[in-house]
Design a protein around this ligand. Structure first.
Ligand code: NAD
Length: 284
């Protein structure tokens, strides 16, 4: 079985990004810029934001963290987003979710300009994605496509099953696989007899968010399994939605957890930021 190594693919992406940020700097006299908005005191969010900041530094993206208090009001929040939309020196914006209860997180998806949407999750970005004209793509599913491409796993004409229909993983994953000419089925918590779908699939992307729910008996021999699930971040051992160890000698290829899809998510955020900055060079 081929181990689809997301760490390795992310590293090779970062090498390319370093060159692109250098080239951008030489033309624009400044680095591509990502602004991360962090509202409140959520400990996990603080760690995620710090990791994103460090990842930016490694490839030469300048990153700014705007921290706002837990008590931030809707009006101030929206003003901040509109200010960032207008700020020419900001190439990408990311609002770390969740935001405190009194704020409407939906407004982020409505207000943030798709030209600054480093996460690719605004409603405008989603519409562009499903119209076949994506500006930037949501980071986790586009990371999955990058891994499959890196390992030259053919997608065109293949039966692909996506398990999960969330806005950040399942739905955009289905759109991106369609764009690769796969025949896509989306399974979810309301699907009856999921195995009848997964056992026919050439490629299965599992994003159900249920620890170790799927194993060898769910998949067709020689299929390709991508596990997006991530569980046990609280100091315990990380695991995914799939019992990876059962796939040896059965699957053609699979992503491990950790070391599979996870490292790709931040790499794609960097890719999106550099891409949005480069669009300015082309006058878009
Ligand atoms: P979510 O909870 O928003 O969505 C889960 C989806 O799975 C839902 O659409 C639901 O219908 C479906 N589902 C739930 N139980 C199911 C079952 N038993 N059978 C079939 N479908 C089922 O979760 P999400 O945000 O899409 O994330 C999914 C998983 O991916 C989580 O474990 C999350 O931690 C992980 N994740 C990882 C990364 C990464 O960078 N590796 C990024 C985002 C999410």
């Amino acid at each position: 079985m081929i181990r689809l190594d997301g760490k390795l693919v992310a590293e090779s992406l970062r090498e390319g990004l370093k060159l692109r940020t250098e080239s951008f700097k030489s033309k624009m006299g400044r680095a591509p810029q990502l602004t991360v908005v962090l509202v409140g005191e959520n400990k996990a969010s603080q760690v995620y934001v710090k990791n994103k900041h460090l990842a930016c530094q490694k490839v030469g993206i300048s990153s700014q963290i705007i921290e706002k208090p837990e008590s931030l009001q809707q009006g101030e929040f929206e003003e901040l987003l509109e200010k960032l939309n207008r700020d020419e020196s900001v190439d990408g914006v990311l609002v770390q979710l969740p935001v405190p209860r009194q704020l409407k997180s939906d407004r982020v998806f409505e207000l943030l300009s798709p030209a600054k949407d480093a996460d690719g999750l605004t409603y405008a970005s989603t519409g562009l994605l499903w119209s076949g004209k994506p500006l930037v793509k949501p980071c986790t599913p586009s990371g999955v496509i990058e891994i499959l491409k890196h390992y030259k796993i053919p997608m065109a004409g293949k039966n692909a099953v996506v398990i999960g229909r969330s806005q950040i993983v399942g739905k955009p994953m289905a759109a991106l696989l369609l764009d690769e000419n796969a025949t896509v089925t989306v399974c979810h918590s309301g699907t009856r007899d999921i195995r009848s779908y997964t056992s026919q699939a050439d490629i299965v992307v599992v994003a159900a968010g249920k620890p170790r729910l799927f194993g060898r008996e769910d998949f067709k021999k020689d299929s390709v399994i991508v596990d997006v699930g991530m569980h046990g971040t609280g100091g315990g051992k990380l695991c995914g939605d799939v019992r990876y160890e059962e796939l040896e000698g059965w699957a053609q290829a699979a992503t491990p957890v950790p070391g599979g899809v996870g490292p790709m998510t931040i790499a794609m955020l960097l890719e999106n930021t550099v891409y949005l900055a480069e669009r300015k060079l082309k006058g878009n």
